[in-house]
Unconditional design. Structure first.
Length: 597
């Protein structure tokens, strides 16, 4: 009597698939096609406690009908070939063999394994075919519908995916349904048509609008589709249904950050006044304050978090950095020293910032000692550069350069970093020609380094070699066509040194397309508009730029445009406040002298 395939598979383990996954650490499917209903959501959601209901006895889903197929020699050989190929990492042969067996046998277990192997090997079309077949053979399989839904969405086939997702949602209950609704965003994350995604999620969540998670899913879909008012309306509904829900507050904050940044702080302050124990929201608030350069308030929030999480070293580290930023040297030194004494996870990072603290505290010898204590790792080169910088400040430029030259590394990126550091030291010493020469030499060794090309272009512009600067920036754009600052630098160079405004305009438009809120790009566009005679447009761009970053050069540009419009008082006030924030800044001082002779 021949052995049946059914009996053979029943006794076969899944060790081969484990071996396959081990051979492919990238797990392409996980990165590109996340399952909708994963056991654990990516975000930690605290769900409300619900009364326990009396369980209802349910019949288990019917098992798929298994075919009665004899285990022939050919079939056994193909099965073993597939398993061994998978264990050896030859996913091409494993996939081909399993696909062939799946089609021949119509056995749900073989099809399931073929689906797994196709996913691991990144064969999306084969995986889709197997998921469709598995759903047909085993209609009750949740896993099959999960895979099919993800693959259909990834392929852009939303209409076909929607019924599968609807069925999956209908099979969920309680917390599983809530998690599944939250996972809708992950499922559709790679879908480029955000309006179509919003329509799909509106249809999927319609039966579940008594769940705040459904309104959360709608809010995030509307936000991605750039329908701000709908997004805010939905997230407010979610928050009203579950007062104090941190996840809803965090999304509300994100929506405001993109569309109405001035409203973020009042919103977060109001939320924390009502729900002071909301740790995640308080952490986001502290980070927001840092981004707004409100360091005193930010440190206060981190100190509050420290009381909540006394053992959290990251919070303590943030307090140390903010103390450093605020010039509270003693607190910074005390904080970083305490971290080292309590086994900080990255001691070299703490040592590096102790060096920074002593350097800012005008104690170069102690700073050098801490920089020298940094061992070879991520902070080693920055520490060596700081040692060289201290030598420059002490008038020992030659010693500083020699110190950098003593550092030997085979890593190209580290060598590029050292070249940049030496050029920056020469630039700071006002040896602009020397800085340019160092970068030119560096490009001989690393001709396609984006960092060196950019720095060399800036150095060339500084010494009047506009043609050379333009050449380097054009090459940089060819190498990195999505690098916004390359377009910005070339556009600004043309504005500042030529009258080729018609060439500068598309460059700066491209830069803004790539990075629409970058203050430096907004400044360049504002300056171009001013040079082209479009003063109202210029003023709009420059005000946006300065509100994003109170940079001295942006302040000078804005003041000049204000002055030409007769707003002399506002221009003077702007320059005076900027000079107060940046004492000794030559550009500001020169501009203020021009307007206040």
């Amino acid at each position: 009597m021949p052995v049946l395939l059914n009996e053979f598979l029943t006794t076969t383990s899944n060790l081969a698939l484990i071996a396959i996954s081990a051979m492919n650490p990238k797990l392409i499917f996980i990165a590109v096609l996340p399952f909708l209903f994963a056991a654990c959501a990516q975000q930690s959601v605290k769900l409300p406690q619900k009364p326990v209901e009396k369980p209802v006895a349910e019949l288990p889903p019917p098992s798929p009908k298994l075919p009665d197929i004899a285990l022939s020699e050919d079939l056994l050989f193909e099965f073993l070939l597939a398993e061994i190929s998978g264990q050896r990492g030859n996913l091409g042969i494993a996939t081909e063999s399993y696909l062939d067996m799946a089609k021949k046998t119509q056995d749900a277990r073989i099809v399931s394994r073929a689906l797994d192997v196709s996913l691991f090997s990144g064969n999306v079309s084969d995986a889709l075919e197997m998921a469709q077949l598995l759903t047909k053979l085993d209609p009750a399989s949740t896993r099959a519908r999960q895979a099919l839904s993800s693959l259909l969405v990834h392929s852009g086939n939303l209409d076909e995916a929607q019924p599968n997702i609807e069925k999956l949602l209908s099979q969920q209950g309680g917390e599983n349904l809530d998690r599944s609704l939250l996972q809708l965003d992950s499922l559709f994350a790679k879908q480029p048509d955000k309006k179509a995604t919003l329509s799909a999620i509106q249809a999927l969540t319609k039966p579940y609008l008594d769940h705040p998670e459904a309104h959360y899913a709608l809010a995030i879909a509307a936000w991605r589709a750039q329908q701000r008012e709908l997004a805010l309306g939905e997230i407010n509904l979610a928050a009203s249904m579950r007062p104090g829900w941190e996840l809803a507050a965090q999304l509300h904050e994100q929506i405001l950050e993109q569309s109405a940044r001035a409203e973020v702080q009042p919103f977060l302050e109001d939320f924390l006044a009502k729900y002071p124990k909301s740790e995640e929201v308080r952490l986001n608030y502290a980070k927001f304050l840092v981004s707004e350069r409100k360091f005193t308030q930010a440190r206060k929030e981190f100190v509050t978090l420290k009381k909540i999480f006394p053992e959290n070293q990251d919070v303590s580290f943030a307090i140390g950095l903010l103390s450093l930023q605020l010039g509270d040297i003693d607190s910074a030194i005390s904080g970083f020293t305490d971290l080292l004494q309590h086994g900080f996870k990255d001691p070299d990072l703490a040592r590096y910032y102790l060096g920074q603290a002593y350097e800012l505290g005008k104690n170069p010898s102690e700073a050098t000692k801490w920089y020298q204590s940094v061992e070879k790792g991520g902070q080693y080169l920055p520490a060596q550069v700081r040692i060289a910088t201290i030598l420059v400040e002490q008038g020992h430029l030659s010693k500083a350069r020699a110190h950098l030259h003593e550092i030997h590394t085979n890593d190209p990126q580290q060598n590029i970093f050292l070249i940049q550091a030496e050029a920056q030291m020469l630039h700071d010493a006002k040896d602009y020609n020397g800085a340019y020469a160092i970068l030119e030499k560096g490009l001989e060794q690393f001709p396609e380094s984006p960092n060196l090309l950019y720095d060399e272009a800036m150095a060339a512009e500084k010494i009047g070699k506009v043609d050379e600067s333009e050449k380097s920036l054009k090459k940089l754009i060819q190498l990195q066509p999505n690098f916004a600052q390359a377009y910005n630098a070339l556009g600004y160079t043309l504005v500042e040194h030529t009258t080729r405004y018609d060439e500068a305009l598309p460059l700066l438009e491209k830069a803004l397309e790539l990075s629409p809120e970058d203050p430096y790009i907004l400044d360049s566009m504002g300056w171009l508009q001013y040079r082209m005679g479009n003063v109202p447009s210029s003023l709009e761009y420059l005000r946006r730029a300065f509100s994003g970053h109170r940079d001295p050069e942006i302040a000078v540009h804005l003041a000049e445009v204000l002055w030409t419009q007769g707003k002399h008082g506002e221009a003077r006030k702007l320059l005076q406040s900027s000079l107060k924030e940046n004492p000794g800044n030559e550009i500001l001082a020169k501009s203020l002298k021009k307007f206040m002779p």
